[in-house]
Design a protein around this ligand. Structure first.
Ligand code: PGA
Length: 276
């Protein structure tokens, strides 16, 4: 290499480092914990989970990433993550409010904890559509907090509410019913407009920010400003890698809850990389 080429390379390196440093400083200072969560819903089997985890854990190692498989595979995912020495966390899609008893088909918080589950989705709109009511969501939250599971409380409006500009009103009601009388932490909130789930439609970043600010206001009223400023609020609904990249730059979006696009290891890896 000539001396001139070496000097040019050196200067290029210095300029690149300076630009990267500048861009880092432009990144919004985010003090809240950030998450990217996969909700696999009622999908996958043992073989596809094994293949997925082998692939995914090679590209992603982060305790900010949480996988929520269907209940029968919690133990499979838990053992594989341990075998692979992975820091990725485990979440469940549901929990029962009682400690134990005659509740056919249900799963208790202690059972989840037995399989190293640390998080649980509560009040997902697909469960609300199957009849899960505010009171049941409230009791499940109480039980999770009591047992030390970190609940991810899902809230979101129907299309008709959105079209009538009632989103915040509906979401505030959901929050109040779910949280009244419960201690503030631990808690993660996921805003998932029902009309955006699995449809390919998403609200604009500005619309999401407006709702997240409204949720923070509700948390201030229910608890205090500190709780409101410390609670991570995630967005979910048709998230893809390109939208994840957009959401990353918002001060109000602390994480993503991903359904369909989390089912393939490569697509979910792209989303995690774009956001975290
Ligand atoms: P989606 O689902 O990403 O497929 O829209 C999100 C969810 O239901 O949590």
């Amino acid at each position: 290499m000539t001396k001139a080429a070496a000097i040019e390379g050196y200067i290029k390196g210095m300029v690149q480092a300076a630009v990267e440093e500048y861009l880092k400083q432009q990144e919004p200072a985010k003090s809240r914990k950030r998450y990217v969560i996969a909700n696999w819903k009622m999908n996958k089997d043992r073989a596809s989970i094994e293949a997925y985890l082998k692939d995914f854990t090679q590209g992603v190692q982060s305790e900010q990433v949480i996988l929520c498989p269907a209940a029968p595979y919690l133990s499979t995912v838990s053992s594989l993550l341990q075998e692979l020495n992975s820091s990725i966390k485990l979440g469940a899609q549901n929990v029962h409010h009682a400690d134990q008893g005659s509740f056919t088909g249900e799963v208790s918080a202690d059972m989840l904890i037995d399989f190293h589950c640390e998080y649980v989705l509560i009040g997902h709109s697909e469960r609300r559509q199957q009849g899960e009511c505010d009171s049941s969501i409230h009791h499940k939250l109480a039980q999770s907090k009591n047992k030390g599971l970190i609940p991810i409380l899902c809230v979101g409006e129907q299309l008709a509410d959105y079209e009538q500009a009632r989103s915040l009103e509906v979401i505030t009601q959901q929050l109040v019913h779910a949280l009244h009388g419960l201690p503030p932490q631990p808690l993660i909130i996921a805003y998932e407009p029902v009309w955006a789930i699995g449809t390919g439609r998403t609200p604009t970043v500005a619309e999401i920010e407006h709702i997240h600010q409204g949720i923070r206001y509700a948390l201030t009223e229910l608890y205090d400003e500190l709780t409101a400023s410390q609670t991570s609020i995630l967005y979910g609904g048709s998230v893809q890698a390109d939208s994840a990249e957009k959401f990353k730059h918002s001060m109000e979006i602390d994480g993503l809850l991903v359904g369909g696009a989390s089912l393939q290891a490569d697509r979910f890896t792209e989303i995690v990389r774009a956001f975290l």
